[in-house]
Design a protein around this ligand. Sequence first.
Ligand SMILES: [Zn+2]
Length: 232
Amino acid sequence: MESLSGSLSNQARLSRCNKSIFPMNKKMYLLTVKSQINIYGGPNSASFYDMSEGCDCCGSGSVPVGPRYYNLNPDKLKKLNIFLTLDSDIIISKQLAMDIQMSGNTQLDEIFHIKTKERLPFYVLKPEKIMPRFSKDTTGYERENFCPKCGRDGHFFMPKVPLKLVYDERVDEGYNNVHVAATWELFGNSILRKPFDDSVFASPCFLVDEFIKNKIYEYAGRRVHFNDVSFA
Ligand SMILES: [Zn+2]
């Protein structure tokens, strides 16, 4: 009886694999942007937030819907092709955005000046897909005050210890077509407030494929750093 049930469960596993689960067949890299400028993003920048997938306790998982509004002065940012806001939104120059779109990635939000409503030559980089939860073998982070309901926020980087992302699940076939993905885990603490603009949302880490990595490096050089992501 024991071996029969074992063989059945193996068959079930195999049929699950044949259906839609594959090993990741391309390399992905954890993107670290080193330049940060002193402007707010997040809930301040979005005209609308889609909260349908968000946690109703902390707001994690809510998605800003473009266009976005920032207090950016393009004349002061001519040499920056990629940078973070205080809320860790990743902003890229129009030139870099055009090159990234060559990959087929169109997940970019247009940016307007928060006061003048003038169109600015920058875009917000957005993920095409959210990764599955990372493996317990991931190192270089700690947990603090995470939401008791969703547990997505409350991840923190450790000083001088690189985050080494490991995924032990075989991923859905769709991930192999993705150029820019975000971790399910969010870094920082999410706090849902009233008025909504005062809310703070923890942010994901971004994973990029080889094409996007090379494009970003071409424009940003030492202002960015990439770490390998492991798929066990
Ligand atoms: Zn939550």
